[in-house]
Design a protein around this ligand. Sequence first.
Ligand code: SAH
Ligand code: SF4
Length: 311
Amino acid sequence: MDIGNLLKKDLEELCFEADKIRMDNVGDIVHIRALLEISNICKRNCAYCGLRTQNQELSRYALSIDEIGKIGKSVCDIGYKTIVLQSGENNHYDIARFSEMVAELVNNGIVVTLSLGELSFQELKLLKEAGTKRYLLKFETADKKLYEQLHKGYYLEARLDCLSAIRELGYEVGSGFLVGLPGENEDTIIDNLLLLEKLQCNMAGIGVFIPHKQTPLSDIPHGNIEITKKCVAISRMLLPKCNIPITTSLGEFGDKYQMFYGGANVIMQNITPQNYADKYQIYPKPKIIIDWAKDRERLEKQIKKLGRTPV
Ligand code: SAH
Ligand code: SF4
């Protein structure tokens, strides 16, 4: 597939093609995932992210393992089937105890997805043995040099090694990248898409960079929305059976649901308790009022209105 040529096509044309491929390969279902932002503590310093350790203006929190388990069971009772536990990269949790909580959720019929950053093989193994089904770790950019500029002291190879470990351990692999990072060009975007294909991701999340005041990239404009949408559509062409979410960052712009007609088949619904959600400022988010049951009902209605089947 000539990705350079695809990127030159009209967004509408790409979406039309991607929508057909989506229908033929993964059908009408839209998967709703409950997103629980368990902690905003992070030891890393990604140049684009508001949770970076050097942002001292952010008040930090970590839900207790018991709290996470309780919330998981409660949202399952109102219809969520998958819970995504996401946090900054930190050593806050004892992974053995965390795994016990995961195992309990899994025993209750809940599908668990984790997005806790780069963990060691041993930690990933424990969490997999506890029943975790998927792990999300975006490579963020396929450009080795750019990766190292934006993540001082960290390396793309290590990220990719971690993704290999995730695959080897039998997880469904989620990865992806950001559109609009300073220093990227069209070749970077092509390489990002090629890497996504090479990794044969089971889930591909393409986000758009949004500047955050307390980061070194505060003055950089947000990424191009049209290019981001094109990348979503092209991902569907490259990986027909993949799960492709409308990422929360992309959802901040214009018609949130447009890409359900352009290749996407997954959406995350934030279920983080309000006082914590307000502090999970990866990028500046508008204040949202979180109501588990009402939010799910509203989302299901919206998806049905689009002629799709919420699950
Ligand atoms: N700490 C973990 C998971 C939480 S961060 C990790 O980094 O993998 C989840 C995602 O937020 C990252 O993968 C990144 O792509 C996205 N993100 C961070 N800062 C962002 C920003 N300013 N704009 C858009 N997305 C951002
Ligand atoms: Fe931490 Fe993830 Fe943000 Fe990087 S992107 S600073 S690892 S939360």
